[in-house]
Design a protein around this ligand. Structure first.
Ligand SMILES: NC(=O)C1=CN([C@@H]2O[C@H](COP(=O)(O)OP(=O)(O)OC[C@H]3O[C@@H](n4cnc5c(N)ncnc54)[C@H](OP(=O)(O)O)[C@@H]3O)[C@@H](O)[C@H]2O)C=CC1
Ligand SMILES: O=C(CO)COP(=O)(O)O
Ligand SMILES: [Zn+2]
Length: 350
């Protein structure tokens, strides 16, 4: 229908302590069916997956699946296969961004609801409607539906190494340049722009900047600050109907690194680094971005990320080719090698 803008959002968001047993109550309140599929990874099974599964078994028939190959189409297909073969009614994902994205796309393809139970605060896919699957023929996220509920147990999330929390700040601070890119595309290409989505996204970035010193403590309050920013960013993406409010040129840079590296760093670490450079290109106060990342202990140089400076330059020069329909500060032609090197050197990234 022309002019119709569909915004899908989670029905329940729980943020608190000791929520591994709460899943049963959430499922009951939402009237979810008898047969549940729980997805976890080898590590997140031990961290929280088994406990959630055992709690669920008191009231539901539960099938479990361990995702070993990350956010790949192979894992999505395996999951959709189990959903069909076992007549599953709903899915719960207990894990990092990869496990959540596998559950998100598999449940979307089979038309059943899923619950997001994050074990890290490292990415803003926790509550979003889009899924990033590596070998989907595109390097970027595709449309799915948001989780019907998000259950964020701060005690569980705190078990993750501090690096993950700092990565969550990197994924959130990206909103600053992502929104600038969006505004640019709105002005230059007449692209749809949502002031509400952009404001919510910017607010999340500003909140983590303001609370950098609290986040650095790595305690439960720190986790709460970052998780709220990540969930709000996911909602901003749902309002926008795309990842526009949270993904601009800094994400294209991170996607380019993922293509070039056998072992990329954490998503949020890469996007944080990209934000410093893209803020410089936009003529923004890029020093403030770098300062915040430093204050929370996130990497601000290629060296700290363990990435060869040459790869950083290459990623900067190819970033514009990854999602050509998404106009950014990199323009249609991208950066020359000289411009890329200069931007990376001036900002101290290489
Ligand atoms: N859909 C969206 O909107 C978005 C999606 N993303 C995507 O999310 C992914 C990044 O997510 P991220 O969470 O950073 O990484 P991953 O989900 O890839 O997890 C990385 C590793 O961390 C482990 N892990 C998870 N939780 C804990 C914990 N509490 N303690 C110790 N180890 C733990 C995982 O264990 P195990 O081996 O058990 O899985 C895995 O080995 C990328 O694929 C990115 O593209 C990012 C932003 C937005
Ligand atoms: O990571 C994301 C937002 O933080 C999703 O962005 P992409 O659509 O670029 O994959
Ligand atoms: Zn991201």
């Amino acid at each position: 229908m022309k002019g119709l803008h569909l915004m899908q959002l989670p029905r329940e968001v729980l943020l608190g302590e000791n929520l591994k047993g709460e899943v049963v109550n959430v499922a009951r309140r939402l009237g979810l069916g008898e047969r549940a599929l729980i997805l976890y990874g080898p590590k997140t099974k031990e961290i929280a997956g088994k406990d959630v599964e055992n709690n669920l078994k008191s009231e539901y028939e539960v099938v479990s699946l361990t995702v070993k190959k990350g956010a790949t189409m192979e894992e999505v297909e395996k999951t959709t296969g189990v959903i069909r073969d076992e007549s599953i009614d709903w899915v719960i994902a207990v894990g990092g961004g990869s496990i959540i994205d596998v559950a998100k796309l598999a449940s979307f393809k089979t038309g059943i609801p899923f619950i997001s139970f994050p074990t890290t605060a490292s990415h803003d896919g926790i509550a979003s409607a889009n899924a990033s699957i590596r070998d989907l023929g595109t390097k970027t996220s595709v449309k799915a539906v948001p989780p019907i509920a998000v259950i964020a147990d701060v005690k569980v999330i705190k078990t993750a190494p501090y690096r993950y929390l700092a990565a969550g700040v990197g994924d959130t601070i990206s909103n600053l340049t992502a929104v600038r890119d969006w505004q640019l595309a709105h002005r230059i290409k007449g692209e749809y722009y949502s002031e509400y989505a952009a404001s919510l996204s910017l607010m999340s970035a500003k909140m983590v900047m303001k609370n950098a010193d609290i986040i650095r403590l790595g305690n439960e309050e720190s986790v709460r600050k970052v998780i709220k920013a990540l969930i709000s960013t996911g909602v901003a993406m749902s309002i926008a109907g795309s990842s526009r409010p949270a993904s601009g040129a800094e994400h294209l840079f991170s996607h380019a690194l993922d293509m070039l590296l056998d072992k990329p760093a954490l998503h949020g670490e890469q996007t944080g680094l990209g934000t410093i450079i893209m803020a410089y290109l936009h003529g923004m106060k890029w020093e403030r971005v770098r300062e915040t990342l430093k204050r929370v202990g996130a990497p601000t140089t290629a060296y700290e990320l363990g990435i060869d400076p040459e790869i950083v330059i290459e990623a900067l020069t190819i970033a514009h080719t990854i999602r050509p329909e998404r106009y950014t500060i990199l323009g249609k032609d991208g950066l020359t090698r000289e411009a890329a090197e200069k931007a990376a050197k001036i900002t101290g990234v290489i």
